[in-house]
Design a protein around this ligand. Sequence first.
Ligand code: VGL
Ligand code: ZN
Length: 229
Amino acid sequence: MLIDPSTAALIEIDVQNDFCPAYTRPSGEKFPPGALAVDRGDEVIEALNLLAATFAAAGAKVVATADWHPSGHVSFASAHPGKKPGETAEVPGTGPQALWPDHCVQGTSGAAFHERLDLRPVSLIIRKGFRRSLDSYSAFFENDRRSPTGLEGYLKSLGIGTVLLGGLATDYCVLYSALDAAALGFTTLVLSDAVRGVGFPAGSVEAALDNMKSAGIRLCPSSGVTLGV
Ligand code: VGL
Ligand code: ZN
């Protein structure tokens, strides 16, 4: 797939410790799995780093997003007495809210980007889900579907019409970001080797991929992306 670097951006979704499995530093130091670890979630990092470096070298924008919740966030089961992760709660304004373990709490190590993610090519970091009573899966709109994160304006003001997405998780934040990107008129590609999914409830990853295809989103391996005109 030939991508014009002057009108394309790479968006790296939520490559944060809380979405990654246990990690051992080259020094041998060990880190436990994240609070909402996605199976093999850290496998997205190498492909993203490679593509990000290529994008930045060609003058193309690279954006990273971070899930960034205050303690007591509405998406935490712990904030709903009697509820457990995996259940849902009725939240006025956003409909049924999926409940998760506490994750990506602002300023904690779980909310930090994975240390192997190369942030040097990244020109913008979007933090989302930072209001206690509002969740945000998408990089473009919070879950009320009305509150913009500002990413659309950033991209459109730069003349960007094509977005490539990778990161975590295929069935939540990547899915919602890709659907919003397509609905906003961006040509949207999801990097098939640079995403991993939660897989809850069962079949959610397959459903997400079907959903993306129905919305005209292209799935393509990062090795199939060539920058040029
Ligand atoms: C995500 C569940 C809760 C994600 C964020 O990044 O996909 N999933 N918060
Ligand atoms: Zn979250």
